[in-house]
Design a protein around this ligand. Sequence first.
Ligand code: TRP
Ligand code: SF4
Length: 546
Amino acid sequence: MTDDSHDGPAADRSTADDGSSPGADVALDGGTAAGADETTLDPWGSSAIADYRALFAEFGIEEFEDVLPDVPEPHYLMRRGVIFGHREYDRVARALERDEPAAALSGFMPTGDPHVGHKLVFDELVWHQQRGADAYGLIADLEAHSARGLDWGAIDEHARDYLLSLLACGFDAEAGELYRQSDNRAVRDLAFELGIGANVSELASIYGFDGETNVSYMQSVVTQMADILYPQLDEPKPTVIPVGPDQDPHVRLARDLAARTQFFGVTEAYASFETGPAERALVAEAYEALSAEHEKDGDTTPVRCVEAAGWLAEHTPQQPTLTGETFEADTPVREGAVRKLRAAGKEPLRPRVRFLDRNATDEAFAALIEAIEGEKRVYEGHVDSFELSREAAEALAREVGIEHGGYGFVAPSSIYHRFMTGLTGGKMSSSVPASHISLLDDPEEGYEKVEAATTGGRETAELQRELGGEADECPVYELYAYLLAAEDDEFATRVYEECVGGERLCGDCKAQAAGLMTEFLEDHQEKRAEAEAVLEDLDVGFDTGG
Ligand code: TRP
Ligand code: SF4
């Protein structure tokens, strides 16, 4: 949810914060921006994303559309594709569906006024809370102070404003939790522990930190890791982090750290030796093929490792050359698999789940061995089970880990929303007042800003009637879809179709949007006023600045 570029260490890798540069964060595929072949997601950089599709291919963010059918009564931001991507959200959707424990957490850097872009995240938190998830909203004051250099007086003021707007959007502070990073002892302790699992070179390569980066800035990263895992301190549970895609590097690191703190890892294997994922896929291929052959021949002996080695060597893909000859497309991975299988000789190949000892105490490892039911085999540093499913094995590993003092974190999930386009074109930025509508703007001011917004309209009314407007390029249409149409899909669709069909002209369209914006701001600000009393009763302090 970062909206401003600033001069943090990673900023020099992205283009200027003028909203005009399409390649600011993510380069177009083979595009025109300088350094277009380098795609970066920068949490502290500018957040105009030129091509959301690049995020799927380059970063392994999954398409939200794929999980949408599994989400019970999806939010309109989900239905309209504003939430476009996710990491393992299926886990959270399943928990919501089955009324199992789940959590949702997001954080806000109090660097300016909350604006309509932040409202997306407020709504996402509230939606999850209303569906039974534990919800958390936090103020990233340590980050604002260390990464943005904001002073505590300003931080206090903005912190209040964010929380009031979150409450005004329907956050239930009794059911959920609101906190400031600086006030949360458990988060700060967890940050310290998690920091042990990450080193400086790693942070440098993820975030572009270098020798000049201040130490507290780095600490704010581990603090965010702790924020993300905090909902699971009492009990591990699927947790979603609704954020903009600029925060994905944080999500990935948190997912890694969740795995690294685990007492036990769980993988699948076919024999006693260790393989990497690519080798394992080859072994699996040989195993499947040979089992089928054995069955066909009525051969009841097990498939043995040497046999699989032979099969793999024989089935090396032949690559044609330009002259029509072929050569063996052997890869180091295939060679590695063949070597390991040969070395294992007559050992039978059998699918199994493997528990790896990562951070376990001897006691915990012994307890795990004890707890595995059915046929198992114990090795140095790992145990294989021949009867458990992978899911059951993961649950067991977590349970034993927790019983022996481990965290047992489930990898956090995330959902990503599109950034709103600024009203003046380019990106929406907290530091450019005309580009956004602040949730604190006077309703009349909101009206004026919408009236003054750039549109996807044609030069003349005649052309607009003839060609239709470009709703997909229009910040005003975005306001309808992201905010003003609220639950009313039919209305959002109507605006779109009338626009592209040439029946809607920008003057009237903006006046209608401006009117709705005024109503929205009036209503929101009334609710903010009511929320003052609620905030008063919470023990969140706003006097850090003295
Ligand atoms: N880094 C986030 C931002 O730039 C703020 C943040 C801090 C956050 N902790 C978090 C976001 C945990 C999501 C989850 O706005
Ligand atoms: Fe945008 Fe409305 Fe004009 Fe269409 S008619 S381009 S939606 S302002």
